[in-house]
Structures are given as structure tokens and as C-alpha cells.
Design a protein around this ligand. Structure first.
Ligand SMILES: [Zn+2]
Length: 324
């Protein structure tokens, strides 16, 4: 079931409380969304599907128009997540790296459209601009009586964020607009992309930031981990033990899907010759997508299990039923 913002907030708090991390798959096609939900269903786990600006404007969704992208992405995901097969799978839709002059208009549109949780890319923003942007989203929610569940970030590619920055950034927004923030994404020594040196990854920083953010908010605040693709399984497990409750997964996921598609077309090249008996079934989108899916889903399931997410899906849904 696709979660509304209040339910997503409850889910993120549930992950902090029960010390697991929800996998956030940066999915760039409807087929990738389907695979992520199938993997979550197989593990009885909650899942976050997230989209960055390049996906909202990408050919599968907005085809250049990010607002159209939000609408198509949400329509597709909601239809899938609310279908009979996935009703017991908690699914959150999250805006990931949104940046540039249209950031606020895209995110306001996303909030109105019912996006489960919101974040933006702060890499080009000053400390003050970051606070202003987040505050502006809270004000918009206040003025339009919209629920909003927010993730705030700071320097996720710039080594380890100082504890003072958590006070100055997270603390400032929480102070001005109490209750909207649910996740905090400081730099903890990871980097976006693959083949990066993750030697600087610091579970101690995760722990310190989680404790301070939770103190500042007076409620459990989980750490959102960006740049997880290059981490070892052991580092990932350490991150979760230290208080990561959302793990963003993009580069490795993209590569897995791209390599599978490459292998499919290489293996089946002869079938694609004109006149071959299996030309049509090989050429159909269904052909390549099922091949990719068979390779990809076990890897998604493995990630979910390493992060401790397995077995929390139906339990969480029953908790929602009793709370509402
Ligand atoms: Zn990221």
C-alpha cells in the first residue's frame, strides 16, 4: 500500500525503534518499481521507492517535464502498490535529489500530489539557503493544511558532517517548524557512486548524529544514508546498528539492471535477426524486463535482509490498522 505522509513518518519511526533500515531504491522505470516491490513482498519488508530530478524528467515518466513526471510516477506506483498483491507491503514514495531553480515548485507539486516523504539536494546550497528551502516547504504545508514528512541533508559527499552542523541546520528547521522532520542525512564518510574509497565511513558519526537529532526533535530521528553503493555488507550492517534507518541505493542498482540488459541482448542477438522464429518474443519489452528482473530481484532481497528489513512489513501494516 502506498503510504500517505503521516504513515511514512510512522514507518520511519518504526525503523528507528526496531533498529532496521528501509531500502530506498532509486528506480528509473516502471519495471524497476515492480521489481523492488516484488523483492519487498518476498521479504515481507517495507520499501521506499525514490525518484531524483533526472528520473522525473526522464523518458519513462516526465519526458522533460518534472511535474508531469511526478504525476506519472505516482500514478504508476500508487496503482501497483494499492493492488491486491501488494496491499500488505508498506511502500513510501520519496523525492530524492531535486535541485536547481525549479526545486520548490516541483516539491510543492509533489506534496500536493500525495508524495509520502520529501527531500531535496542541498549540495549547491549554503547553510542559510538549505534552512530557507526546508522552512519554505514547512510553511507551504502549514498554509495549505498539507501533511509533510521531510528528510533534511547536509554535505552528504563531503566527508563527516560536524555535530555543530546538525545543531545549526536540523536544529534550526526543527525549531522554526517543529514536527516536520523525520530523517536526517549528514555526511558520514560515504560518497555517491561506485568504486569510491569508503574507508572514511564512520558508524560512530551515524550514532552521534542520530542521538543529537533525536534529542533536538524530542522524538526518534533516523539517519538517511546516501552513497551506500560502495559499502561492504559488513559496513552496511554496522551502519544499521548505529542508527541508519533509510539506505539510498542507486548506482549499484542501475549497474545491475544495465549489465543484465546488456547480457540479454548479447545472448539473444541471433534471435533478433529478421525471420528468426523467436524474433517477436525476444524483441518485446517483456523479454528483456523479465530477464533483468530474474537477475535483479535476488540482489534487492539480499540488501533488504542485510539491512534487517525482512519480516517488518505485515507487522507494520497491522500497527497502522490499530492506530487509525
Ligand atoms: Zn543521495
Amino acid at each position: 500500500m502506498l503510504l500517505i505522509p503521516e504513515q511514512a513518518r510512522t514507518l520511519y519511526a518504526h525503523a528507528v525503534e526496531h533498529r532496521y533500515a528501509i531500502l530506498a531504491v532509486n528506480a528509473d522505470s516502471p519495471a524497476a518499481c515492480t521489481d523492488a516491490l516484488l523483492a519487498a513482498q518476498a521479504c515481507d519488508a517495507p520499501i521506499i521507492i525514490e525518484a531524483s530530478l533526472w528520473q522525473l524528467t526522464g523518458h519513462s515518466f516526465g519526458a522533460g517535464d518534472p511535474l508531469l513526471g511526478v504525476n506519472r510516477y505516482l500514478a504508476d506506483l500508487r496503482t501497483l502498490a494499492d493492488s491486491d498483491g501488494f496491499r500488505e507491503v508498506p511502500v513510501a514514495f520519496h523525492t530524492d535529489h531535486i535541485k536547481g531553480p525549479e526545486t520548490l515548485s516541483i516539491l510543492r507539486h509533489a506534496m500536493r500530489a500525495g508524495t509520502s516523504s520529501i527531500s531535496l539536494d542541498s549540495s549547491d546550497l549554503s547553510l542559510e539557503e538549505n534552512i530557507e528551502m526546508m522552512s519554505s516547504l514547512c510553511t507551504f504545508a502549514d498554509e495549505h493544511d498539507l501533511p509533510a514528512t521531510l528528510e533534511m541533508e547536509a554535505g552528504v559527499d563531503d566527508g563527516v558532517t560536524s555535530i555543530e552542523a546538525t545543531r545549526a541546520l536540523f536544529g534550526a528547521v526543527e525549531d522554526r517548524h517543529p514536527g516536520y522532520l523525520a530523517l536526517w542525512a549528514p555526511g558520514v564518510g560515504t560518497k555517491h557512486g561506485l568504486d569510491r574509497d569508503m574507508g572514511g565511513f564512520s558508524p560512530d558519526a551515524v550514532r552521534a548524529h542520530r542521538e543529537l537529532a533525536s534529542d533536538l526533535a524530542g522524538r526518534p530521528i533516523g539517519i538517511a544514508l546516501h552513497g551506500s553503493s560502495g559499502l561492504t555488507e559488513e559496513q552496511l550492517a554496522d551502519a544499521v546498528a548505529a542508527g541508519v534507518s533509510k539506505v539510498n541505493w542507486s548506482s549499484e542498482s542501475l549497474l545491475l539492471r544495465a549489465h543484465a540488459a546488456r547480457d540479454y541482448y548479447r545472448k539473444q542477438a541471433v534471435h533478433l535477426e529478421k525471420g528468426h522464429a523467436e524474433f517477436k518474443t525476444t524483441a518485446m519489452d517483456h523479454g528483456v524486463q523479465t530477464f533483468v528482473s530474474d537477475r535483479y530481484r535476488p540482489r534487492v532481497e539480499s540488501r533488504i535482509r542485510i539491512q534487517g528489513g525482512a519480516g517488518h512489513g505485515k507487522v507494520f501494516m497491522s500497527l497502522l490498522d490499530t492506530r487509525q
